[in-house]
Design a protein around this ligand. Structure first.
Ligand code: R5P
Length: 316
């Protein structure tokens, strides 16, 4: 199918551990490349392996520092294009800037569309990503986007961890209701939702719980935990409504600013995340955080794309 029929994997500096785990799931190694900075902070890339005619997968979440990691990804893609790679696949397990997916007020950007344009202009032929904050970001691209879900990995853990009788799946906001519903269906559990309301301007947000959580262990499903504010407030509301405990189950551990101290001081018993983004040393020291790997899932998706097999079959 391709001139150089091997899968080639390249990584920047955003999550080398995940890239190596994906490579090992595919019985291969990450190709040799230098991704570094000049003294003035400009990004410099040199791909050491021959990629002419190859099907290349660049593994790079655009996590913090988002601008540096995005620039590394763009420059790697440019280097691959100029090295005559046959197909360049941008594997972006965490798509940074995804929360800027619409104009929230006049004279504000839609940065997730800008990032899509930059990736395409650099030379990406395909994007492989996971749990996009907003599914419609796929439409910002005019190249194929394979949108994966961490759900199979998270569900397997939740099924082992909780018996279906005592769990209620909770969406922390209206936007996450569809995601939470699909988890509730697989866990055969009831579902609830947090409704955030401000009764008057400048009054603080009140969390209303819609649905019955009394006597049940709440599992809050979200795509991102960033400063932890939304999750901690939702957990408090659930405990005030009679939940017996709270587990947060989130794909992308952004965990910026006060996140770790908030989690440690909160009523949340466990925060289950994936390795789309590597944990900081501070986060690694937090005993409440449990990391599940999506390397096998990403590796299998890469194998299927390379062999032109169905990717959606991974999620039935
Ligand atoms: C919002 O719609 C997202 O799904 C997350 O709930 C949000 O980005 C988390 O942010 P933070 O942890 O800072 O409250």
């Amino acid at each position: 199918m391709f001139g150089n029929n091997d899968i080639k994997l390249i990584t920047g500096n955003a999550n080398r551990e995940l890239a190596e785990a994906i490579a090992s799931s595919l019985n291969t190694t990450v190709s040799d490349a230098t991704v570094t900075r000049f003294s003035d902070s400009e990004t410099w890339v040199e791909v050491k392996d021959n990629v002419r005619g190859a099907d290349v997968y660049v593994i790079q979440p655009t996590s913090s520092p988002a601008n540096e990691h995005l620039m590394e990804l763009l420059v790697i893609i440019d280097a691959l294009k100029r090295a005559s790679a046959d197909r360049i696949n941008a594997v972006i397990p965490y798509y940074g800037y995804a929360r800027q997916d619409r104009k929230v007020s006049p004279r504000t950007p839609i940065s997730s569309k800008l990032v899509a344009d930059l990736l395409t202009a650099a030379g990406a032929d395909r994007v492989l990503t996971m749990d996009l904050h907003a599914g419609q970001i796929q439409g910002f691209f005019n190249i194929p986007v394979d949108h994966l879900f961490a759900k199979p990995v998270l569900i397997e853990y939740l099924k082992e961890r909780f018996s279906k009788e005592n769990v209620v799946v909770v969406s922390p906001d209206a936007g996450g209701a569809e995601r939470a519903r699909s988890f509730a269906k697989l866990l055969k559990s009831p579902m609830a939702m947090i409704d955030k309301r401000r009764s008057k301007p400048n009054e603080s947000e009140v969390m209303h719980v819609i649905g019955d959580v009394d006597g049940l262990h709440a599992v809050i499903i979200d795509d991102i935990i960033d400063t932890g504010g939304s999750m901690v407030k939702a957990a408090e509301a659930l405990m005030n409504n009679g939940a017996t405990g709270v587990c947060a189950c989130v794909t992308h551990p952004v965990l910026s600013g006060p996140a770790i101290s908030r989690i440690e001081e909160s009523v949340i018993g466990e925060v289950v995340v994936t390795d789309t983004i590597p944990l900081s040393d501070n986060a690694k020291g937090c005993e409440k955080i449990k990391v599940l790997s999506v390397a096998g899932l990403l590796g299998e998706a890469i194998r299927r794309i390379h062999c032109a097999d169905s990717v959606s079959l991974l999620f039935v």
